[in-house]
Write a protein that binds this ligand. Structure first.
Ligand code: ZN
Length: 221
């Protein structure tokens, strides 16, 4: 039982359950044997479904870790203007390393590229919107740290949830042996358009903010 768990852990990290060599992307989800030692990876449909379930469970645990750590870090440092944005960026970077990267390793090259770029583009647009939002929150009077912590943690949680759901969808397509589809590419194109819109919006909001700050400073002096 322990060795079975160990073997599944190896498969989850994209390695062969017998020789621990790195498997080519998609090998486990498609049930192909290890190219180095020829040991079957996840030979039956039930094995592959189990792999996907465990993957989802692990991503869920890591998502909640991110939410709790970000909430605590914002409570401790959120009084400083840029700290909440840095915590936010750190939280999303952790999601990228702990949830996204291991999942991408299980996908074959073409699907991995589409998924990686989609998440990068969505992540960049999301971060641009969030930074403006969180900094505006700092300027509002009467917004306490607990509210800010809850908002920041919720935003990281939403990002992690999106990454987990999107990657689960990609893994499910891979399990059904579907090729990279028009829908996936369309989603990437839509995300790219949204990124341009988000960056433009963030620039406008920031310049408005700076103007306001300059005007306030002018009143004071
Ligand atoms: Zn092997």
């Amino acid at each position: 039982m322990a060795s079975e768990a160990h073997e599944l852990a190896l498969l989850l990290s994209g390695r062969c359950r017998a020789c621990a060599e790195r498997l080519p992307g998609g090998a486990a989800l498609r049930g192909r044997p290890c190219p180095a030692c020829d040991t079957p990876t996840a030979p039956t449909g039930a094995d592959r479904a189990e792999l996907a379930t465990r993957f989802h469970a692990r991503a869920t645990v890591r998502m909640w870790v991110a939410v709790l750590v970000v909430a605590a870090a914002t409570l401790l440092t959120g009084w400083a203007p840029l700290a909440a944005s840095l915590v936010l960026a750190g939280g999303l970077a952790w999601v990228a390393g702990a949830i996204v990267r291991p999942a991408l390793r299980l996908l074959p090259t073409s699907r991995r590229l589409v998924a990686a770029w989609t998440l990068r583009v969505v992540g960049a647009g999301y971060l641009a919107v969030l930074v403006v939002f969180v900094e505006l929150l700092t300027l509002l009077p009467g917004i306490g740290l607990p509210v800010k912590a809850a908002v920041t943690a919720g935003q990281v949680g939403l990002g992690a949830w999106f990454a987990r759901t999107y990657l689960g969808w990609q893994a499910a397509r891979e399990l059904r042996r579907e090729p990279v589809g028009v829908g996936e590419l369309g989603f990437l194109a839509a995300a790219a358009a949204a990124l341009v819109a988000a960056l433009t919006g963030a620039m406008v909001a920031l310049s408005w903010l700076l103007e306001r700050l300059a005007a306030a400073a002018g009143v004071l002096t």
